[in-house]
Design a binder for this molecule. Structure first.
Ligand code: ZN
Length: 151
């Protein structure tokens, strides 16, 4: 990104933070030519996905809910914000990769579990305990088996 003051093309990121809402990213930059410092705010474009709840209601996909459930599983302070950000991004990327416009809450839970499993075993178990009522464990086991044969 260009420097706001001298328009020099080479600026460097000196700090990256997750915004308080959990899904925006604030970067502090410095110009490599004149040393001017400024901030940028990066927010995701809204994903055009709907979620089918267990009771049949349809909701808009909400990245914040994934962030909140992950944070509850990981417990506050256990993990760096940057790592949380990476984790949420992994989940959303996997959900978007399928190219589908509608997902069930159980499918989302399954992806979250799978990402957590490779990240933090305790958090994985916490998430499983909280959400096991709506996650179809047979589906989940089948998915794990598929992943293990693929790697
Ligand atoms: Zn500059």
């Amino acid at each position: 990104m260009q420097c706001l003051r001298c328009r020099f093309e080479d600026t460097r990121v000196i700090d990256t933070r997750l915004g308080g809402d959990g899904f925006s990213i604030k970067r502090r930059r410095v110009c490599n030519s004149c040393g001017f410092r400024f901030s940028t705010l990066e927010t995701p474009v809204r994903e055009e996905i709907t979620v089918e709840k267990r009771d049949g209601r349809i909701e808009e996909f909400d990245r914040q809910k994934i962030f909140t459930s992950l944070r509850a599983a990981l417990k506050k302070g256990d993990h760096q914000r940057e790592r949380m950000e990476t984790l949420v991004n992994n989940v959303v990327a996997r959900l978007l990769n399928g190219g589908r416009k509608r997902l069930t809450s159980a499918e989302i839970g399954t992806v979250v579990l799978d990402v957590l499993k490779n990240f933090d075993e305790l958090a994985y178990l916490r998430y499983l305990t909280v959400h096991q009522s709506f996650i179809n464990l047979e589906d989940f086991k089948a998915q794990i088996l598929r992943n293990e044969t693929n790697t």
